[in-house]
Design a binder for this molecule. Structure first.
Ligand SMILES: [Zn+2]
Ligand SMILES: [Zn+2]
Length: 324
């Protein structure tokens, strides 16, 4: 099968003909029709996030049809798979609904080969049935950007009607804002690009501006999507007393430093790691109900390097998706 393979960090992905993967007893073989391109893939390819195995097929937002059935799925079913490839299901974290933090968790396109390929193996109990109403290309970005954005809102503890700040406005934030607006939140978006500011307003932001512009009000909750320490410090400085800032990043550039006065009065700073299957089911159900709009830019599989370069250069508006 064709796959885009990472052989070494900082080298471009190599279009390769590799053997078809062999699913185990509780695993699906999925013919991939679409795979989202995530900033984490870029960080992996550039070595900022160390690869867990090499060679590696990246990609953790894959949609396709089942070719070898397992668990509740039949041949031909449409399924999706995201970042969480498996967890042990037996540790204290798994038992308390926090499988995203399981020490034995394995991740798609990091510990296991992912969706930058024609076929992928997915554990049946970690695959998702996808609701009707989305085509494959629109469903793919929901599986990482959508779900993690949703978990970030939960971690920021934002409540209906509250003032929410979003810092950075890429694929994940442009999905999260739709959930927040559905909940009746007032949304303030800080992001560098004018085009992203415009898009934020189109999606219901009450205010959108650059990172160094002062916000018109203080925030009850905020999420940073831009993986840079100065932006985290900015967001922290915009919080009202008692508010929570969720940092949505697997890797943050630089060290965060702030004056204690900006944290005092019971402001909270939390991180966001991965997601649980429950988060994904909730988000997929919400996405179908709202219904969420996914803006995507399509690249054929063999142009994955171009998609990553465009993402790095900030030239993707919405989400980049690889097509079979
Ligand atoms: Zn991702
Ligand atoms: Zn566990």
């Amino acid at each position: 099968m064709r796959a885009m393979v990472l052989e070494a960090p900082r080298a471009p992905l190599k279009l390769s003909d590799v053997p078809e993967p062999k699913p185990g007893p509780n695993e699906l073989l999925v013919r991939v029709s679409a795979c989202g391109v995530c900033r984490t893939d870029l960080q992996l390819c550039e070595g900022d996030v160390p690869a867990h195995k090499l060679p590696l097929i990246p990609g953790h937002q894959l949609v396709g049809r089942v070719e070898k059935a397992a668990g509740p799925f039949r041949v031909g079913d449409r399924v999706g798979a995201g970042w969480l490839a498996s967890a042990d299901g037996s540790c204290a974290l798994c038992a308390s609904g926090r499988e995203n933090l399981c020490e034995q968790a394995r991740f798609t396109g990091w510990d296991t080969d992912g969706g930058y390929a024609q076929l992928a193996v997915v554990r049946a109990d970690f695959a998702f049935a996808l609701p009707e109403g989305f085509d494959d290309l629109s469903a793919a970005p929901l599986l990482c950007g959508g779900v993690i954005g949703y978990r970030s809102l939960k971690r920021a503890q934002v409540k209906p009607g509250e003032r929410l700040g979003l810092y950075g406005f890429g694929a994940s934030a442009s999905l999260a804002i739709q959930v927040a607006r559905h909940w009746g939140c007032r949304v303030f978006v800080a992001t560098r690009s004018k085009a992203e500011q415009d898009r934020a307003r189109q999606l219901g932001a009450e205010w959108a501006g650059a990172y160094d512009e002062p916000l018109p009000e203080r925030l009850d909750a905020a999420v940073t999507f831009a993986p840079a320490a100065p932006i985290v410090a900015k967001a922290l400085g915009a919080l009202a007393p008692g508010a929570t800032l969720a940092i949505n990043a697997i890797h943050l550039e630089g060290d965060v430093s702030f004056n204690y006065d900006t944290l005092w009065r019971e402001r909270n700073v939390v991180s966001v790691a991965n997601y649980t299957r429950q988060d994904a089911r909730e988000l997929l159900e919400l996405a179908a109900r709202i219904p969420m709009v996914t803006k995507r830019e399509l690249f054929p599989l063999e142009r994955a390097n171009d998609a990553l370069a465009a993402l790095k250069a900030g030239r993707i508006s919405g989400a980049a998706v690889l097509t079979a």
